[in-house]
Design a protein around this ligand. Structure first.
Ligand code: PLP
Length: 403
């Protein structure tokens, strides 16, 4: 048996009883912006909190171990993490990105490409022919988001890595939807893993943060250099809170994904439900890949309802689910991606990715599954419309109003 500690043990013990100044068991919070030098010729381990901070370092080390990387950087948000890796490309380089990804990522790539920072090519990474065509453009960096937001598409990470090796591309995986508890992209050959720690890693919906973890120490140092240079490193208080949230990651996610499965099972055969996007379903096109590369199917799913259901009304009728952006917290959330999380994409880009105006995304929290199912079924009763009204005839969400 390996002597390596289990990941649950690692996060329970991260920074515990490490305080040499006062013997505190829980790690102290170091808020100081700067650190004194004993001598102008002796640079201390920490000198300025943008460059390094002991509280942030504890979270960096814990996440780096969990992901199996060599060097991690904690950033001020998930978007800062995405942007940080984009410092690895030059004008003229191609970034190969999924067509179905978080709307903010799509918006950032489009905005930077417009300024000439790089060229961006979006492909359906689940389609091998499209992927091969994308790699024919010899990308410098490939961004994977699996499962994707909001359609839960599953990209075969090892396949992308093997394509990338042939052209020498850096592979970056956004692991936000699963966390290292359920998927470890570095072990599958990715060079960098990124997170919006705002989601499962903190899990309490009270911190916005991000993380970038590199498999190779030199690449990690380069990213840490850029993080300090551009000032995107995370705040100490946020790191303290996120480390606190991280300790219960495995317990939360086990419960959340079990409940998500129960809720999906209760919905999938309901005649008012047209389609459920959940990789745990045997009918999901990415089910087999997900079963192979993930340690669980997660707690996110999206739904297209039948024509007789008004999706906007359904959201209004839900009582336990809160209408909000974000995901992965202790509380169950529901959102209309076209009007909320993915409003930053153009209508054409959403259509290309298959994100309809009435797709509903659910994030399952820690409530009892029976209550959640009851809430959705009651909302479905309240959202039924007479006749076969199609969404084209209905009030459309105010797309773009809440970008
Ligand atoms: N990546 C994914 C997959 C996301 O879902 C999000 C936010 O929803 C982000 C990145 C951006 O993270 P943040 O909101 O922390 O900036």
């Amino acid at each position: 048996m390996s002597n390596r500690l289990h990941r649950e043990t690692l996060i329970a013990g991260a920074g515990v009883s490490a305080d040499k100044a006062h013997n505190s068991v829980s790690p102290p919070l170091h808020l100081s912006a700067n650190y004194y030098w004993n001598d102008p010729c002796e640079k201390p381990q920490y000198d300025y909190a943008r460059s390094g901070n002991p509280t942030r370092a504890q979270l960096e080390e814990a996440l780096t171990e969990l992901e199996g990387g060599a060097r991690g950087v904690i950033t001020s948000s998930g978007m800062a993490a995405v942007d940080l890796v984009l410092n690895l490309v030059n004008p003229g380089d191609v970034v190969l990105a999924p067509h179905d990804c978080y709307g903010g990522t799509h918006r950032l790539l489009a905005a930077r490409a417009k300024r000439g920072h790089f060229k961006v090519v979006h492909v359906d990474q689940t389609d091998l022919a499209a992927l091969a065509a994308g790699f024919a453009k010899r990308p410098k960096l490939v961004l994977i988001e699996t499962p994707s937001n909001p359609l839960l598409r599953i990209t075969d990470i090892s396949k992308v890595v093997s394509f990338a090796r042939e052209v020498g591309a850096i592979v970056v995986a956004d692991n936000t939807f699963l966390s290292p508890a359920l998927q470890r992209p570095l072990a599958l050959g990715c060079d960098v893993v990124i997170h919006s720690t705002t989601k499962f890693i903190n899990g309490h919906s009270d911190v916005v943060g991000g993380a970038v973890i590199a498999r190779d120490a030199a690449l990690g140092e380069e990213l840490a250099w850029w993080a300090n240079c551009t000032g995107v490193t995370g705040a100490p208080f946020d790191s303290f809170m996120t480390l606190r949230g991280l300790r219960t990651l495995f317990t939360r996610i086990e419960r959340q994904q079990a409940t998500a499965k129960d809720v999906v099972d209760a919905l999938v055969d309901d005649p008012r439900v047209a389609k459920v996007f959940f990789p745990g379903l045997g009918s999901h096109p990415g089910h087999e890949i997900a079963a192979r590369q993930q340690e669980g199917f997660g707690s996110m799913f999206s739904v297209e309802f039948a024509d007789k259901i008004d999706a906007l009304e359904l959201l209004r009728k839900l009582e336990i689910f809160t209408i909000a952006e974000s995901l992965g917290g202790f509380e169950s959330l529901v959102c209309l991606p076209a009007a909320m999380t993915h409003a930053g994409m153009t209508a054409e880009a959403r259509a290309d990715a298959g994100i309809s105006n009435h797709l509903v995304r659910f994030s399952i929290g820690l409530e009892h599954g029976v209550d959640l199912v009851r809430d959705i079924l009651a909302a479905l009763d309240g959202a039924a419309v007479a006749g076969n009204v199609t969404y084209l005839n209905k009030q459309q969400p105010a797309v773009g109003a809440c970008a």
